[in-house]
Design a protein around this ligand. Structure first.
Ligand code: F6P
Length: 548
């Protein structure tokens, strides 16, 4: 593997960036009436407008050349064939196999992966329908009215995000809740309004060893048993989603109440697997299938469209352009869609756990920036909080704006204002407002020339700031599936360019290892252990507060 910075296209892009330093998007729009047409793309009902970026068609050609020299197409094929591209964990990466509607056999190392997927989906469908039609009853004979998904990270963020996004598709008479935090407040506040006789717990954990999930699941079990006073109740009120059957059984859940998935499903890519059970319970089986179908449509586009007309590739390569050539550190995501309020936390795990890496596939430290800091919030709320920095701060921040053409909740003309605000923000980022215009406005309003001169610099919008706009018809299951898969593949593209393994997560391990001795030191009189001065000071303070 040739080092990234030695690739000819990288060197070309370095030169090209020098020539682009003073590129002004406003002039580019003035000079090229076709700019929007040339730098936008449709896939199904999704429109990606990337014309408000510091790029020309030449920039895009160089970026696509970098993708080719990075063997993106071969890596994509290797992923879809089920090669063990997650080489540090020796695992295949096959979330795309979870959402193919027609399932020709996909034999990976002697196992028909698609047959296994179809079997689990069949069991999930049966279970979902039995909850919905009331044939699955709680221990005391009452139908299930509340479902609590207990999981964290990928076993929480994906399903929670989708359930919030599609709450307008929710079936009647069933509420789905999510508990993830180790903080007992999360479980306690959720249980407060629930009736043990009509509550089902889904324990969602790929490994079934995760501290937070097992702690919450044990507390939930104790709550249930305290109320129903019969160990047999667990069988009617607990199901598990996991790859680890022995641990599920050790917890006390019958394997008949377990929905399996496989080590080739990464946690942050798992909402399409059994981990999506809470989604199917909330929106019904047909809508869950529509979600999978939307993701599959994006998979097909990703696999078949030429790189130049490939949405995940374009989004991914634009991110490379800013992170590696313009030196941006962060990337903002602003869904103008309240239902997508959990998209940012979901993308934070998807992107940062995948591409927050500093060692490449040749096991060497990289000498360039990898995954950006992902942040954001729904519009218009973000406008009244942090947009000041996006417009007038000293940092260049690439951004994605997402918005539906049509709202499911047509209250008065609020959606028109939402759309208008979304477009206005990207227009403001692009156009800015010059000092001369502001001074003239202030003088016209009656301000003296001196006062106007002093105030104007504070009111200047530099403009020429980049944004992508993703416009979709309305937020339905199919569209949401497409959007999520779009971001999954974008993250894959960037990982390939950066020559890193996007599918492991060793960076989460150290903190987990250090927690048990600290926990012991907090309460035991004798054990303190070896810690740095700061940690020792904090432990001592906590112990003092406890009178130890
Ligand atoms: O600690 C990080 C992590 O392993 C994530 O990658 C994963 O999504 C999450 O914890 C939960 O893991 P599990 O599903 O095994 O409980």
């Amino acid at each position: 593997m040739k080092p990234l910075k030695h690739l000819p296209a990288w060197k070309t892009l370095e030169q090209h960036h020098k020539a682009m330093r003073d590129f002004d998007m406003r002039a580019a729009f003035r000079e090229d009436a076709q700019r929007f047409d040339n730098l936008s793309l449709r896939c199904g009902n999704l429109l990606l407008d990337f014309s408000k970026n510091r790029v020309t068609t030449e920039t895009m050609q160089h970026l696509m050349q970098l993708a080719r020299e990075s063997d993106l197409e071969a890596m994509r094929a290797a992923m879809c064939r089920g090669e063990r591209i997650n080489f540090t964990e020796k695992r295949a990466v096959l979330h795309v196999a979870l959402r193919a509607p027609v399932r020709p056999p996909l034999v990976v190392e002697g196992v028909d992966v698609e047959a296994g997927v179809a079997k689990v989906l069949g069991r999930m469908q049966h279970f979902v329908e039995s909850i919905h039609n009331g044939s699955w009853l709680g221990h005391t004979g009452k139908p299930i009215r509340d479902v609590v998904n207990i999981g964290i990270g990928g076993s929480d963020l994906g399903p929670a995000m989708v359930c919030h996004a599609l709450d307008h598709y929710a079936v009647e008479n069933l509420r789905v809740h999510f508990v993830s935090n180790l903080d007992p407040a999360h479980l306690a506040s959720t249980l407060k309004s629930l009736d043990p006789e009509t509550t089902l717990f889904i324990v969602a954990s790929k490994t079934f060893t995760t501290l937070e999930t097992l702690a919450n699941a044990n507390s939930a079990k104790a709550w249930l048993l305290a109320a129903l006073r019969a160990p047999a109740a667990v069988a009617r009120h607990f199901v598990a989603l996991s790859t680890n059957q022995p641990a599920v059984e050790a917890f006390g859940i019958d394997p008949d109440n377990m929905f399996i998935f496989w080590d080739w499903v990464g946690g942050r890519y798992s909402l399409w697997s059994a981990i999506g059970l809470s989604i199917a319970l909330q929106i019904g089986w047909g809508n869950f299938q529509a979600l999978l179908a939307g993701a599959h449509a994006m998979d097909v586009h990703f696999k078949e469209a030429p790189l130049e007309a490939n949405m995940p590739v374009i989004l991914g390569m634009l991110g490379i352009w800013y992170a590696n050539f313009w030196g941006t550190d962060t990337y903002g995501v602003f869904p103008y869609d309240q239902r997508l309020r959990l998209l940012v936390p979901f993308l934070q795990q998807l992107d940062m756990e995948s591409n927050g890496k500093n060692v490449n596939r040749a096991n060497k430290l990289v000498n360039y920036n990898t995954g950006p800091i992902v942040w954001g919030a729904p519009g218009t709320n973000g406008q009244h909080a942090f947009f000041e920095l996006v417009h007038q701060g000293t940092r260049l921040i690439p951004t994605d704006f997402l918005v539906a053409a049509v709202n499911h909740t047509p209250l008065a003309d609020q959606h028109e204002w939402l759309l208008a605000n979304c477009l206005a923000q990207t227009e403001a980022l692009l156009k800015g407002k010059s000092r001369a215009v502001i001074e003239a406005e202030l003088i016209a309003q009656g301000m003296s020339r001196e006062e106007a001169k002093a105030l104007a610099p504070h009111k200047v919008f530099p403009g020429n700031r980049p944004s992508n706009t993703l416009l979709y018809q309305k937020l339905d299951p199919h569209t949401l599936g497409m959007l999520i898969a779009l971001y999954e593949h974008k993250v894959f593209v960037q990982g390939v360019i950066w020559q890193i393994n996007s599918f492991d997560q060793w960076g989460v391990e150290l903190g987990k290892q250090l927690a048990p001795p600290i926990r012991a030191a907090l309460s035991s009189v004798r054990v303190i252990g070896e810690h740095d001065g700061s940690t020792l000071g904090l432990i001592a303070d906590i112990r003092r507060r406890r009178g130890l």
